[in-house]
Design a protein. Structure first.
Length: 146
């Protein structure tokens, strides 16, 4: 079994390195992390099975929970900072804060989830994770598998 190092391909691998930042930027923009031309998403949060331009397969991506966690951290910091700042600067009631900050928080989360999911798929592609490698990868069975 190969030893994998965070931020790069397997140590014993002779495959060329993929540009991590470029792949994440392309994913953030909703484009194929490989060629930058094809669309990454077919609908909101629905990743295409493959790139229409270069044929890169995406069906094996595992960008499930990480994008949501990142959105929670980013939006949470912005929203809490905003609430605390406006609480100090204004004399609004709690209901006014709720009426303003709940929609802002929801809109920020909706606006960020797709680009962040695209970045995570791009990161997985660049690091050859979860089947994005150029060869068939053997996986060990997890404890309890038959």
């Amino acid at each position: 079994m190969e030893e994998h190092v965070f931020g790069g391909a397997a140590k014993s691998s002779k495959l060329p390195a993929r540009p991590i930042f470029e792949a994440m930027k392309r994913g953030f923009l909703g484009r194929c992390p490989h060629c930058g031309k094809g669309k990454l998403f077919r609908a909101f949060l629905k990743v295409n099975d493959h790139c229409a331009a270069c044929g890169e397969e995406y069906h094996h991506h595992r960008a499930d929970d990480l994008p949501a966690y990142l959105v929670i951290v980013i939006v949470g910091h912005i929203a809490v900072g905003g609430v605390l700042s406006f609480e100090r600067m204004t004399n609004w009631s709690s209901w006014t804060h709720l009426a303003i900050w709940i929609p802002i928080t929801i809109l920020m989360a909706i606006a960020l989830i797709n680009p962040i999911k695209g970045s995570v798929v791009g990161l997985q592609w660049a690091l050859r994770m979860h089947g994005f490698g150029d060869r068939h990868e053997e996986f060990e069975k997890a404890y309890g598998d038959q």
